[in-house]
Design a protein around this ligand. Sequence first.
Ligand SMILES: [Zn+2]
Length: 210
Amino acid sequence: VSDKFSHIASHLAATGANFYLRGWVMGTSGNLSAVVERDPLRLAITASGVDKGALQANQIILIDDCGHVLRDDAAKPSDECPLHIRIVKERAAGAVMHTHSVWSTMLSNLYFEDGGLLIEGYEMLKGLEGVKTHGHREWLPIIENSQDILALADVVADNLRQHPAAHGFLLRRHGLYTWGNDVAQAKRHVEILEFLLETLGRTRLISGIN
Ligand SMILES: [Zn+2]
């Protein structure tokens, strides 16, 4: 576990610092995780309240599937760790990433009444795992935000089952969640979805349509 954990922790730290430079995880927001072992579940996840712009591998902690810290007793996992654990279980994901970008915050409110956001016709959709054509229709569900994270995890799990093809979802006025088989794929999904959200937002801004 130790070597694998160190490798994953370095990769997550570099990814978090990169997202900070893009403006997606400002003010200690956002969190990243990756599976170290699946059975029993051992998850590497960013500690609560750390500056992603200066994220270090020693700020990544190891937790079990109840969110208990296994390696560094002094640190606390991200408040949103129950969502990461639930996504890992529902999607058999190897990594989960959560950003708080301006565009995801704005669009998750603008399209909330529709229940989600349809993205179709863009070449960048092909960056999502399994997507072969720009004609793909990606439905990005939007879920009401809550501070009751355990209740929210149940709502998220229901939503993921209702939308088995979705590569991510938005929390209203909060941000984006996406995942992948590993850190590299989850990072790619953040980049693709953030690109598409920004494209939709900017298009709406300059043309008044979407
Ligand atoms: Zn968040």
